[in-house]
Each structure stands twice: as structure tokens, then as C-alpha cells.
Design a protein around this ligand. Structure first.
Ligand code: Z5A
Length: 215
């Protein structure tokens, strides 16, 4: 009965905007929904998020790519244990803005860490939990960066365009490798179209769960 949906993509792809509208539609349809995000879907996750993204004091040693990876993974393990699995266990629907694919795309492809090792540690953090459906919002890196609010740019968002292109390449390869789970949506189209495509992928699954969908 449960359903685990994740939304993925590069910076400014529209994940937050699309998640908000999907959540509103699901709530209006009476879905037992938990919306959450990474990094930061728990109190501990928000502490880790602040550690990852705050301006680092000059006295602090730089965060290495593997250290960065383990900080994301610590938050994910806790998020899975305390929020995601309990919701799924009671038959609820989880809509999560970023999950394990982000670590493959950003740390393995973006930071160029060893892909197999990143997969292994990711698997430990998720305890093998996989989303039922992942919506990959695919928009060219330059367009995504143009959309992102400069004042909200974090340490990773401020990486080079080459970095963001590698991230996108990572997502595209993941989508090719797992076409049943990862559905790509052209996020360069107007937001309203992106939302309708996303909803068309989600609503049949909700109907199969027994929900009466109103939109
Ligand atoms: N990260 C990582 O490295 N490893 C990991 O394991 C995890 C994360 C989990 C923070 O993530 C960083 O963490 C992120 C990856 C890394 N770094 N980067 N880059 P985040 O999810 O908190 O932050 P973000 O991806 O940078 O979010 P964002 O910039 O807010 O992007 P978004 O949520 O996809 O976009 P949005 O806020 O919905 O839209 C941005 C603007 O564009 C807004 O004004 C919208 O109205 C507009 N928009 C959206 N869609 C459209 C369309 N289709 N047309 C026109 N305008 C649009």
C-alpha cells in the first residue's frame, strides 16, 4: 500500500516548485502524505545541512569530498530510520525532494569519487531502501543556475558549470540504467507542463493504492 516517490535534478530544476504542487494535489485527494527533503528532513538532518552549507570559518579545515559524502549519508540513514521507513510501514506515501540518486550524481559524478564505492556506502545508509518512482527533472545546467536565487546558493551550487554538467550526466546515466524507476521530465518546459507530466506519472499509482484522485 505504501509509495515512496523522490524528485531529483540539478540546481534550479524546479524540484521545490513541483513538489509543492504535487503535495497540494495529493493532500486534496486525501492521501496520507509525508513530504520531506534531503539534506534536512529531520532535526539532525538540518544540523548536518547547516554544517555542509554554512560559510566555513577560516579556522576550519576544508571539507573533503568523502567527508561531504559521509555527512549526506549520516543524514540519510537517520532520515530513513526515523521518517521514511515508519511512514511506509504504516502504508503512507512519502514525497522526498532529493535522495540517494543525488549522492551518485553529485559525489560520484560531480566530485568524481569512485562510483562503486559511493554506491556501496549509499546502500548502507539507505539499508537497501529504493524509491518506487523517481522523477528526474532534466534542465540544462546553465538554465538551472540562471533560475536559482544567487542569495540562496550554497557551497555546492557555486561549483563550476563543468561540475553541474557532470552531475546532469550522472542523472542521465542513472535514468538510462533504471528506466522503470527513474522517469525523466523535460524541465526546460513551462512549470505548468512539468507539473502535469509529473502528476500523470504519480496519479495512476495513487489510484492503484485506492485513492480517488480529484485533479
Ligand atoms: N546534495 C549533494 O551534493 N548530495 C546529496 O546526497 C544531496 C544533496 C541529498 C542542496 O540541495 C545541495 O545539496 C544541492 C545538491 C547537494 N546543491 N546543488 N546544486 P537542495 O535541494 O536543498 O538545493 P537545490 O537543488 O540547489 O535547490 P533549488 O535551487 O532550490 O532547486 P529546485 O528546488 O530544483 O528549484 P525551485 O526552487 O523549484 O525553482 C527555482 C526557481 O526556478 C524558482 O523561482 C521557480 O519558480 C523557477 N522555476 C522552476 N521550474 C521552472 C520552469 N519549468 N520554468 C521556469 N522557471 C521555473
Amino acid at each position: 500500500m505504501a509509495l515512496f516517490i523522490t524528485i531529483e535534478g540539478g540546481e534550479g530544476a524546479g524540484k521545490s516548485a513541483v513538489s509543492a504542487e504535487l503535495a497540494a494535489r495529493m493532500t486534496a485527494s486525501g492521501v496520507d502524505l509525508v513530504t520531506t527533503f534531503e539534506p534536512g528532513g529531520t532535526a539532525l538532518g538540518r544540523e548536518l545541512r547547516s554544517l555542509l552549507f554554512r560559510e566555513q570559518p577560516a579556522t576550519m579545515e576544508p571539507i573533503s569530498p568523502w567527508t561531504e559524502t559521509f555527512l549526506f549519508l549520516a543524514g540519510r540513514a537517520h532520515h530513513v530510520e526515523t521518517v521514511i521507513r515508519p511512514t511506509l510501514a504504516r502504508g503512507g506515501v512519502v514525497l522526498c525532494d532529493r535522495f540517494a540518486d543525488s549522492t551518485i550524481a553529485y559525489q560520484a559524478y560531480g566530485r568524481q569519487l569512485d562510483l562503486e564505492r559511493v554506491r556501496e556506502v549509499n546502500l548502507l545508509a539507505t539499508d537497501g531502501l529504493q524509491p518506487n518512482l523517481t522523477l528526474f527533472l532534466d534542465v540544462p545546467a546553465l538554465e538551472g543556475l540562471r533560475r536559482a536565487h544567487p542569495e540562496e546558493q550554497d557551497r555546492i551550487g557555486m561549483e563550476t558549470v563543468e561540475f553541474h554538467n557532470r552531475v546532469l550526466e550522472g542523472y542521465r546515466r542513472l535514468a538510462l540504467a533504471e528506466p522503470d524507476r527513474i522517469r525523466t521530465i523535460d524541465a526546460g518546459q513551462p512549470l505548468a507542463h512539468v507539473i502535469e507530466e509529473a502528476w500523470a506519472l504519480i496519479s495512476p499509482r495513487l489510484i492503484r493504492l485506492g485513492y480517488q484522485i480529484s485533479a
